[in-house]
Design a protein around this ligand. Structure first.
Ligand code: AHG
Ligand code: MN
Ligand code: MN
Ligand code: MN
Length: 340
């Protein structure tokens, strides 16, 4: 009799990427870029785990281009991501929440891919050891050029301002009770869990489908007074027991990655609306809303700014903010109806 097959076959992220390359779904450059991103995420996971021990909690003492007080780990995570991408030798341009402008990768041989990322999402949670994450998206270069502001304008840096519908890959890593790496390359959503025993991401769910509806909502209701009336009516409607006899449940942890991952698996809706203070909401289109919307659509869900598909919006500037309603199709369509 042949060798007994193990009770379960372990597929690591590395194996999974090589299989996608073998099947022609991604090319070798993409394989290397995604592998370098997963390495950055493993390094950040280790830094997050020991932050209070290695004096990596608290603020850096600087303000980023968003006007936010940078946490020490915002800065360190950004360096980890940038270094991993640069040393992969396959990245052309990177755009980060923590970089004022996109950075052309100066390597003897750099690739063409454009990588956009939020190196540490939900970073206000770090000091309390509540879930955080990293979010990324990968574009092919386009021919549109903007002069690189670092030089005297004579060097061309490809524009990173592409609509999310151009994304070739998107994903996130959640630093939580487990370290979870979620990835799509356009053929469904795959979930990997870091096995700390040997430091590999192991495939734990494939072709995830978000429930069509879900009675969990994640909004910061502290902003209720600043919302427009149509949104207030929507929010009030979630609290009526309705014919099911049960109202919705509120779950909000202040980290898009954590709130999104729960929504992806359990169903429901995450929303960050515009309000009287923040005219376009808080979340950034390029490296938060678009990658998450690509992922949710690959899982059969919906990502909207309240009236249009997030993936159809072309950014006009790198750190542009948009309102975000994302999750189960029926839940996003429900809020869109109230807002119409
Ligand atoms: P970041 O930490 O990358 O700046 O993102 C924080 C975002 C998002 O992760 C989270 O859902 C939201 O900000 C929380 O905002 P409020 O604290 O205003 O609710
Ligand atoms: Mn931030
Ligand atoms: Mn973020
Ligand atoms: Mn961030």
């Amino acid at each position: 009799a042949g060798a007994k097959k193990s009770s379960y076959e372990i597929v690591t992220l590395t194996t999974w990427l090589l299989n996608q390359e073998r099947d022609g779904v991604i090319d070798n450059e993409m394989t290397i870029v995604l592998a370098s991103i997963s390495t950055a995420c493993k390094q950040i996971a280790a830094l997050v785990l020991r932050a209070p021990i290695s004096n990596l909690t608290g603020v850096q003492g600087a303000v980023n281009v968003q006007g936010e007080d940078q946490k020490k780990l915002d800065v360190v995570s950004n360096e980890v991501f940038s270094n991993c991408l640069k040393s992969s030798g396959r990245t052309g341009v990177i755009a980060s929440e923590e970089e004022d402008v996109p950075v052309a990768v100066e390597q003897s041989y750099s690739g063409n891919y454009i990588v956009v990322f939020d190196p540490l999402d939900g970073s206000s949670n770090i000091d309390a050891a509540v879930s955080t994450g990293s979010i990324f998206g990968i574009y092919a270069p386009n021919d549109e050029c903007i002069p690189d502001v670092d030089d005297n304008g004579n060097r061309c840096i490809v524009s990173v301002c592409q609509p999310g519908s151009n994304l070739l890959a998107a994903g996130y890593c959640m630093y939580s009770s487990s370290v979870i790496f979620v990835l799509t390359v356009g053929t469904g959503v795959y979930v990997f869990t870091l096995d700390p025993m040997y430091g590999e991401f192991v495939l734990t769910q494939e072709k995830v489908q978000i429930p069509k509806s879900g009675k969990i909502y994640a909004f910061n209701e502290g902003n209720y007074a600043l919302w427009d009336d149509k949104l207030k009516k929507y929010m009030d409607s979630l609290k009526e027991p309705g014919d099911s006899g049960k109202p919705y449940s509120a779950r909000y942890i202040g980290s898009l990655v954590g709130d999104f991952h729960r929504t992806l698996l359990y169903g429901g809706i995450y929303g960050y609306p515009r309000d009287k203070k923040s005219k376009n909401g808080k979340l950034r289109l390029l490296y938060e809303c678009a990658p998450m919307s690509f992922i949710v659509e690959q899982a059969g869900g919906k990502g909207s700014d309240g009236s249009q598909r997030i993936l159809d919006i072309t950014p006009t500037e790198v750190h542009q903010r948009v309102p975000l309603y994302i999750g189960s199709v029926e839940e996003v369509e429900k809020v869109e109806k109230f807002l119409a």
